[in-house]
Write a protein of this length. Structure first.
Length: 270
């Protein structure tokens, strides 16, 4: 047992939370990011947005992937540490099993000047993971309060499997539902309000969208995608104009028991 494990209570999901996951396809656990760690992550977010000041202000793809600047390299390493934090992975592995692959992450920011909600989508549709066992963590970096911010879901929609999709080249998410009208389905819509530091765990087949944050000073969330190491990652696949041949993967925890994943391809430093 590590020193960390010996003196730290590892978080877990309750039986009620596990049951809710299976029924509705999402869970907002009692665990939340410790205050000090949240403050560090919010500071890192400010530095990340400064580094991307001349790019799109509403989202930053792969903040854990180093850019060719000394400060940016340190910042990417910092984000990778957040994405593989032991407490977060303890919560994730309660649903995926002990062997977890980090597929990627995106910082999503809602701003009054750049107010655009995402379309309805399923996270798993944008990833070549077979079987479809993607798990998305939405980590609130600001208070996400509906109706202007937050995550909107169709509870139980994950039980219907993959919905009809269309690709939107050059956009995020790349794959979105063809049917965007929530009234076109009998599945009800529910808003998830998250305080800064809270997380929502979403099944990859759960239909959801992120509100724009049009009336909030800033509504930022870190969306992190994990999948079980026993699942296959098809590097020959593509989603619209997104290809995965050189997409980097990280073994977040556990082992790759089948030895099927290449954790070197697509990496520059780590």
């Amino acid at each position: 047992m590590s020193i960390y494990a010996a003196y730290h209570e590892i978080p877990s999901l309750s039986a009620e939370e596990l049951a809710r996951w299976g029924t509705v396809g999402y869970v907002v656990p009692r665990w939340r990011l410790p205050t000090a760690l949240l403050s560090q992550l919010q500071d890192a977010l400010v530095r990340l947005l400064d580094d991307h000041a001349f790019e799109r202000p509403d989202f930053v793809l792969q903040p854990q992937v180093p850019r060719p600047l000394d400060d940016a390299i340190d910042l990417a390493r910092e984000f990778l540490d957040y994405l593989t934090h032991p407490d977060l992975l303890a919560i994730v592995s309660a649903l995926t099993g002990p062997d977890v692959v980090l597929g990627g992450a995106v910082v999503r920011c809602g701003w009054p000047a750049v107010a655009a909600a995402t379309p309805w989508y399923q996270s798993g549709a944008g990833w070549p993971v077979d079987p479809s066992q993607l798990l998305t963590v939405c980590l609130a970096l600001d208070d996400l309060t509906p109706p202007d911010a937050g995550v909107w879901v169709r509870p139980g929609s994950h039980l219907q499997g993959d919905c009809a999709q269309q690709t939107v080249p050059g956009s995020w998410p790349t794959c979105v539902l063809q049917a965007q009208d929530p009234s076109s389905t009998e599945v009800p819509v529910q808003a998830l309000a998250l305080e800064a530091g809270q997380v929502a765990l979403l099944d990859g087949q759960l239909v959801h969208y992120l509100a724009s944050g049009v009336h909030a000073p800033r509504s930022a969330a870190l969306l992190i995608h994990y999948f079980p190491a026993q699942a296959t990652f098809d590097r020959q696949a593509h989603r619209g104009d997104q290809h995965f041949a050189e997409h980097p993967l990280w073994l977040a925890c556990g082992v790759d028991r089948r030895g099927q994943h290449d954790f070197d391809r697509g990496h520059t430093l780590w």
